[in-house]
Structures are given as structure tokens and as C-alpha cells.
Ligand binder design. Structure first.
Ligand SMILES: [Zn+2]
Length: 138
């Protein structure tokens, strides 16, 4: 099996060829920390272990893999974001969690999200987030 490596190629997931440069740019513009908790650990070789998380999860649109749809999240918050446990309120710059007693509920963001296309967090909140803020404006 042919190995796909290098920044110009990225990694293949399903039929979509991901561009690592766009993901890295989204992570960098997020402040190179998990935008929710500030986690920014590296592996023994100095590579950041942060995930480039897609905000608007529409894989079949051409701007899905662009940096302005990608934020830096730690592995734990990436899973919670994708599963709908939490969402990001762009205007208030806070995180909302399905569990109101969770430490992340109402927490101010640590990283930056200003590079993300307006409306993408709203899309995630309406279509992915499973909490009470799903349909009502705060
Ligand atoms: Zn985190």
C-alpha cells in the first residue's frame, strides 16, 4: 500500500484527500491551543498533538477542508464537539455544554476563533449540538 505523506498531500480519509496545510493553518490561527481548555501538549518530537477540528461538518462541500472551517481542539473536546456534547457561541465567546454542571458550560474561550467563517458555529449549534441552546438565542 502506498504511503501518503508530506504537507502537500495530507492524509486520506474515505474518499476525501485532506490538506494538512489548511488544518495546520486553522490550528495556528486558533492560537495553537485547544480553544476551549488551552491544552497544547506535544509529542516527544515537538509536534503538537492538537486536532484540527472541522466546525461545519459538511464533508461534500469544497470549503470543508479550508482553514476557515478548522479550529484547534484537544482530542477530548474534539470528540465532545463532534458528538454534540458542546458548542461554541461565537458572539459571546463561550462554550455551552449539554450538561449544565459540566465545567465547560458557560466557560470563556481560551483560544481564538475569529478566522472561522461567520455562521459555521451557528450551523454546528443547530445541527450537531444536542443541548438546550439548540434553538433559542442566548
Ligand atoms: Zn480541550
Amino acid at each position: 500500500m502506498m504511503e501518503l505523506t508530506g504537507p502537500a498531500i495530507g492524509r486520506r480519509m474515505g474518499s476525501i484527500l485532506r490538506d494538512k496545510r489548511q488544518s495546520d493553518k486553522g490550528i495556528e490561527l486558533s492560537g495553537s491551543v485547544c480553544v476551549l481548555c488551552g491544552w497544547a501538549k506535544k509529542d516527544p518530537f515537538g509536534n503538537l498533538l492538537l486536532h484540527g477540528a472541522h466546525v461545519r461538518g459538511l464533508e461534500n462541500v469544497k470549503d470543508y477542508d479550508r482553514f476557515d472551517n478548522i479550529i484547534a481542539l484537544c482530542p477530548n473536546h474534539h470528540v465532545e464537539f463532534d458528538r454534540g456534547n458542546l458548542c461554541i457561541d461565537f458572539d459571546a465567546q463561550v462554550c455551552w455544554h449539554i450538561n449544565k454542571s459540566d465545567e465547560m458550560h458557560g466557560k470563556k474561550l481560551i483560544g481564538k476563533i475569529v478566522h472561522v467563517q461567520r455562521g459555521y458555529f451557528e450551523y454546528h449549534r443547530v445541527h450537531v449540538f444536542k443541548g438546550a441552546q439548540k434553538t433559542t438565542r442566548l
